[in-house]
Ligand binder design. Structure first.
Ligand code: PLP
Length: 399
């Protein structure tokens, strides 16, 4: 008989919620639930006040508490609960969904309420959430590479890897060791490396956040976020706090998330492979072709990071599907998107369709020479030919 081995992400994304079906209906495809409110049991002896249910859940030490019955959709709802069941399996930690990626990051700050947060050039929206906390609590910001001695127990390091919009990676293990050496916690924004590309918990993370709007949704049609916690105690507190902050994922978004996550591994592995081929091809073309070098100053992507021993351990299945194309002049970055046929010029990323963004359109913190490239599911050779043609057109322009 074949040796027992853990099921793959592909299998779990389709079956990790099989037990959920029995709680509601017998449909194979998840139904759309839009109700905000749910019947109580008809039998009076089966009526348990909500506070008793929450207390029983908090007292549960099995690590796998009985989920709350559906009562009101701000507390919990069928589609998002079912999605959480899958995410908890794929992310290797009990997972809570939110109305957006920033709502998920906000939830980590509400949960941990650090006095100091150490973070780098991460997603611009996260900096603005930190700004709100600074106003409310006096939260201090430290650079990502601050000396470990500047961190104190209860502080938070927020590490985004791979990094938006560059697609470059930094060592989760190194930041986990730095945080834990001072009694601080590590939160990893792993949006750019969804399963099966990266498992931050295996490298020491305490919280893992994703903007589900990107690869978990994967079709540019849902806004959502997720926080995975290292332990069930933290997850229970996150769920409780979400009930009262009110940042729940909508019913239709939960359903769209279920529809999408079935193909997560298939999409992400293909997108990662195509992005790596394209980043390497473009860096090589730039090195040998002066016309391309007149437009492309640099390509950034984890696949181009040389000699990083930790990187293979951190991303054994491939690098993220986003890379940075840095032009020589800002005008070239502004014009390039209009010269491409197979890339939408739009913000956001992670969809089945490839997109580029002249990043200055939405990110106040990046240079005007940055074009973020998000690779979708088109044939990589078509994307390659489109990029080469577009870059040669830009090279021929007097800008
Ligand atoms: C998009 C994004 C976010 C914010 O997510 P929303 O769903 O837009 O709120 C956070 N982090 C990263 C890395 C992102 O790309």
């Amino acid at each position: 008989m074949a040796q027992e081995r853990p099921p793959s992400v592909a299998t779990l994304a389709i079956h990790a919620d099989d037990t959920h079906t029995a709680r509601t209906v017998t449909d194979v495809a998840p139904p759309v639930h839009v109700s905000t409110t749910f019947h109580y049991p008809r039998d009076p002896s089966a009526l348990t006040p909500f506070s008793d249910l929450v207390a029983a859940q908090a007292a549960d030490t099995s690590g796998n508490p009985e989920p709350l019955p559906y009562i009101y959709s701000r507390l919990s709802a069928p589609s998002s609960t079912r999605l959480e069941q899958i995410l908890s399996t794929l992310l290797h930690g009990p997972s809570t969904t939110y109305s957006s990626g920033l709502a998920a990051f906000h939830a980590v700050l509400v949960r941990t309420n650090p006095r100091r947060i150490s973070l780098g050039n991460c997603y611009h929206g996260c900096h603005n959430v930190v700004k709100i906390f600074t106003r409310l609590t006096g939260l201090q910001t430290l650079p990502l590479d601050c000396p470990a001695e500047d961190l104190h127990p209860g502080d938070l390091i927020h590490l985004e890897t791979p990094l938006n919009p560059d697609g470059t990676a930094s060592s989760i293990r190194a930041y986990a060791e730095k945080a834990h050496s001072r009694g601080a916690l590590l939160c990893v924004d792993s949006t750019f490396a969804p399963p099966p590309l990266q498992d931050p918990f295996a490298l020491g993370a305490d919280f893992v956040v994703h903007s589900a709007t990107k690869y978990i949704g994967g079709h540019s049609d849902l806004l959502g976020g997720v926080v995975a916690a290292r332990d069930e105690h933290q997850a229970a507190s996150l769920r409780w706090e979400r009930m009262y902050v009110g940042s729940v994922m909508g019913g239709l978004e939960g359903w769209l998330g279920l529809r999408s996550i079935r193909t997560l591994e298939l999409r992400v592995l293909r997108q990662s492979d195509s992005a790596t081929r394209l980043a390497r091809w473009l860096a090589g073309l730039r090195a040998r072709d002066p016309q391309i070098a007149a437009v492309v100053a640099r390509v950034s992507h984890a696949s181009l990071q040389e000699g990083e021993a930790w990187l293979q351990e951190q991303m054994p299945s491939g690098f993220g599907p986003v890379f940075g194309l840095h032009t020589v002049r800002g005008e070239q970055a502004r014009v390039l998107p209009s010269r491409l046929r197979w890339f939408h010029h739009a913000t956001s990323l992670g969809g089945v369709e490839s997109s580029v963004e002249w990043r200055a359109m939405t990110d106040e913190f990046v240079a005007r020479t940055v074009v973020r490239v998000s690779i979708g599911l088109e044939a990589w050779e078509d994307l390659r030919d489109d990029l080469e043609r577009g870059l040669r057109e830009v090279a021929g322009m007097e800008i």
